[in-house]
Design a protein around this ligand. Sequence first.
Ligand SMILES: O=C(O)CCC(=O)C(=O)O
Length: 255
Amino acid sequence: MDIRQKKAQLDKEGYCVIPDVLDAETVETVRAKLWGAAEKSEKRGVPTRNIGLDPNEHNVRVFNLIDLDPVFIDLIRHPLATDIVSHLLGGSFLISNFTANIALPGSKSMALHSDQGIVVPEPWFQPWSINIIWCLNDVRAENGATRFIPGSQTVAWRKDLPKDARERLVPFEAKAGSIIAMDGRVWHTSGANVTEDEERALLFGYYSKSFIRPQQNWNAALSPETIAGLDEEMQERLGLGAAANVELGRPLVQA
Ligand SMILES: O=C(O)CCC(=O)C(=O)O
């Protein structure tokens, strides 16, 4: 696999799929830990179903993965993931969120959106955020693959979205163990899982330029034990330090 080619595709088409990032055994381990994290979240009083994002209870949403199992810390800082993120956003980025959506049989499609549009107002001229989607199952149309509008990373204004936007959606296809890198400006939605018994578990590692406030307030979301176990780099990526918006402060005008 030529990673330069994948990055070029991300630049040009707004996405790329990188296969075989996790081997089959690791995928199974992470999938089991994800279900464990869902249970832990429920025990903490953070519900995972019917939280208002999806049309019915067949989606399982798990938030704050970083606080639920160390395996998710390894994934959010995975060298290949952060290499792709820094390719698109530049070196100064923050971890904005890390969540899961398990689409079970009977789940339906959510509202069409772009993730950048959720964190900054239009116009969206540049890539300021990116999702690294970890596939824990084979992903295909029938089991509810994420559906996206090809080329929609060039839509700067909501009014420029095509009238038939939903008809233009196409499903990603990827094997378990792949990652899908998706420019934050790409318009997309979850698919409907129409299978009898197939699960579709995806993790969404979301990163944004460091001048954008992360979706999760990590200072409030992470337990002291989790924070104590993080090294300096992770603390910085999560915006846990006292300094903020240093990126824009750096190029001070010379006298
Ligand atoms: O689960 C999916 O396929 C998409 C989820 C998504 O776009 C979201 O939660 O914002």
